[in-house]
Design a protein around this ligand. Sequence first.
Ligand SMILES: *Cc1c(COP(=O)(O)O)cnc(C)c1O
Length: 347
Amino acid sequence: MNVLNLVRENIKNLQSYASARDEFTEANAELVFLDANENPFENGVNRYPDPQQKKVKQLLSQIKEVSMENILLGNGSDEVLDLIFRAFCEPNKNNIIILPPTYGMYKVLADINAIDVIEVQLTADFQPKTQTILLAANKQSKLLFLCSPNNPTGTSFSRVQVEKLLRQFKGIIVLDEAYIDFSEQESWLNRLEEFPNLVITQTMSKAYGMAGIRLGVCYASKEIISVLNSIKPPYNVNALTQQKALDRFSRMDEIQKEIQRIKMQKELLLKELKQVDFVEKVVPSDANFLLIKVDNATKRYQQLIEKGIVVRNRSNQSLCENCLRISIGTEMENEKLIESFQSISKS
Ligand SMILES: *Cc1c(COP(=O)(O)O)cnc(C)c1O
């Protein structure tokens, strides 16, 4: 399979924008930069940022054990996902396959890019229906989105099924691993070389605790990364974002401790929520949230608001009738959540 055949014709032939900072980086202090019409007076951000974010990629490459040439960074994974659409999907012609209930942005991005969406619902225990997916795919199916651990269910997909899809789907598989750092399952990153049609996305917004800086990551073959690089806005990751990411990457122990605390709190919360009389089901979660089924989601959602707690009502999604999605907070926040559930239950 030559994945470059899946790239849109106009993108294949693209002459991408060469930015001033592509050729020389600020690493060389001897140079006088009069090439980008910047204000020359130093204030920390007067220069354009590194368009290739080399320092950030270097650290990330060590942390994730992936070569730098297999990494692309974006303004959140939402930008990364949009770049993938624009690289592979011809508007009003191609389609994508999504597996509801899942992350809402795939369909929104498809709609924005005028790409048809084929939906194949997950099974009752939130696994992909592999044969149905392969039968639903046609010549115009360019992307298949697998979100594992999945949002809003928190469940991970069976590795056997994912592998079957990787081997048999004729387009690109976008594996969204936004929650992988909370998961007991291994990332597919170390299998990247085996599957030329595999594109993995991750984010700094969840486990890494940097939703505010907007930093998303795409891992793929160097051929795919190079296509995505040719269409990304030159300075898509700003200087402050790059600084903050470097700063936090140098304190991975802190991030690991936070992940451990969140995972412990999740187990506690799971036990407590199961005791509440109006909670009918708590879905076992590989992420930093729990999907729970209650007797009446609208009513319970409202009661929680009155207690000052905002959760997400996911009732309108398929297989999620009367379901609330609850993020794992701090120890204190979770205590408040449990107390609220108990007092609602008694009233
Ligand atoms: C939160 C989330 C993201 C993150 O998006 P960013 O734009 O990086 O903040 C991506 N995918 C899924 C499934 C998510 O839940």
